[in-house]
Design a protein around this ligand. Structure first.
Ligand SMILES: [Zn+2]
Length: 272
């Protein structure tokens, strides 16, 4: 049976030895190597490492087993069978279920680190017992994890797909046009604005495709497909360095398999 990760809104559970424990240190995730596969360790398996845990969060269930997330600020003395790896390497190695759990862990821990003080009055915040939230004991202001929505769009011109090389991309990789949704903006307008700003193209028939969390560190990607309407490619030269129309037998280097961008590209280009 395929493993799945489930988020629960009741977060009052406390960890026991048999639970999964996702531990981050310095941005890397602690994993257990078992018969050439990468696992999230159980709390009891971590005993020998004597980790000084920070605050723990119940983030959901992997299969029937509760999963917790925490981090440590003191170096972990790794014994045999344990390794620290980046979330990106983890994503490239494990199944979708484990990546979902680790991604959520990364988002919650990032939020925990960056919300130690009340955004309203500056007092120290306290983590709520019954939900993932921080409350200010002085002014009662409540702060939930912030999720930043971003659109990503496959622009199609017949059988051709518009792909662009962003100045941050390595290995001459090309991907879909993407960008954050502005405050007060609807998703379709964000799609049209980003494509026009980044490559000078107008699009029409913007349709929602699917979504995926992007936990680097706290985004939600909303995938769209749009049709070319008018204009010639003209890159902005800052964020986007090159862009072009590609066909399925001549595709450039594409993003990693776990990314929503790649899933959409594969879905629209290799649909038959
Ligand atoms: Zn306050």
């Amino acid at each position: 049976m395929e493993q799945y990760f489930k988020i629960l809104s009741d977060v009052t559970k406390k960890s026991v030895d048999e639970d999964f424990m996702i531990v981050f240190f310095d941005g890397n995730i602690l994993v257990k190597l078992e018969q050439n596969s990468i696992k999230i360790p159980l709390l009891k398996e971590l005993k020998s490492l004597n980790i000084k845990y920070e605050e723990q969060f119940f983030i959901g269930e992997i299969g029937e087993v509760s999963c917790f997330a925490t981090e440590t600020h003191s170096e972990i003395k790794l014994s045999e069978g344990f390794e620290l790896m980046s979330l990106r390497d983890f994503a490239n190695t494990v199944n979708e279920c484990l990546f979902s759990a680790a991604g959520r862990a990364n988002q919650i821990l990032h939020w925990n680190r960056t919300n130690k003080f009340c955004g309203k009055c500056g007092a120290n915040t306290v983590t709520k017992e019954d939900e993932i939230a921080k409350v200010c004991p002085k002014c009662n202001h409540v702060m939930y994890p912030v999720i930043c929505p971003a659109i990503i769009v496959a622009v199609m011109k017949g059988e051709q797909i518009l792909l662009a090389h962003n100045s941050n991309f390595k290995n001459n990789m090309y991907s879909l046009i993407a960008g954050f949704v502005e405050a007060g903006e609807d998703l379709e307008s964000a799609v049209k604005r980003e494509v026009l700003e980044e490559v000078g193209i107008k699009v029409k028939n913007v349709r929602y495709h699917n979504s995926a969390p992007w936990s680097f560190p706290n985004s939600l990607m909303l995938g769209f497909i749009a049709e070319y309407a008018s204009g010639d490619i003209k890159v902005d030269g800052k964020e986007i360095l090159y862009a072009d129309w590609f066909e399925k037998d001549k595709m450039p280097n594409l993003p990693e398999k776990f990314s929503l961008a790649r899933q959409i590209i594969d879905g629209v280009v290799y649909k038959d």
